[in-house]
Design a protein around this ligand. Sequence first.
Ligand SMILES: Nc1ncnc2c1ncn2[C@@H]1O[C@H](COP(=O)(O)OP(=O)(O)OP(=O)(O)O)[C@@H](O)[C@H]1O
Length: 209
Amino acid sequence: MIDVTDVSVRSSGIELLPATSLQAGAGQAVAIRGRNGSGKSTLLRVLNGSYVPTTGTVAVAGRDPRVRDARSRRRTASMIGLPPMALDLTVRDHVELVATTWYDSADEIHDKVEVVLGLLDLTSLEARFPHELSSGQTQLFGLSLVLARPFDVLLLDEPEQRLDPERLDLVVAALRDARDAGATVVVATHSEALSNQLADSVVWLGAPG
Ligand SMILES: Nc1ncnc2c1ncn2[C@@H]1O[C@H](COP(=O)(O)OP(=O)(O)OP(=O)(O)O)[C@@H](O)[C@H]1O
């Protein structure tokens, strides 16, 4: 599903990502590890097509991830930083908006919204507005918007950010479910626990530490 060969990124003489390779198939999870500034987010941005590699090749399902046609956009879901949030829409409104965008049947939309809110323990917060959430709740809310849409490839940058151990367990379970349902899951993470509990393989950028 994902094939990265000797990909590096440089900009204005600065190395954002050293030459890196990774392969991952359907139903596999990969953890990208490395120190601050080692290039983890950059690699995810190459995989979601927002950065162009300086060297090397990258393919997602055999295609250039920069192609933005409907099929490619449906295939890859990513969260790199928090997604945009609307001041006057509730948590539930946001999740419904995403699900309605991607699914056709009312039953499917309803089920997806209920499942995602439940998975991430957001049901009791569904009537809140974004500014009424704590930082960890905001992180879960962001993740809910990614999980409320279809994907074959899921790219997440430090999904563990701001989460207490109990909420991190919820996220690990949700990501394991996605992987076991056949998705290719790539997480950049500083969390050993997340990496150990989710990843089938680990790619270190720079020296393991
Ligand atoms: N737009 C940019 N222009 C120049 N350098 C950049 C740019 N974006 C990132 N960098 C640099 O590229 C390197 C890799 O950054 P990146 O965000 O990919 O690291 P990271 O491994 O995700 O770090 P962290 O663990 O802190 O999130 C860093 O040295 C960073 O300063």
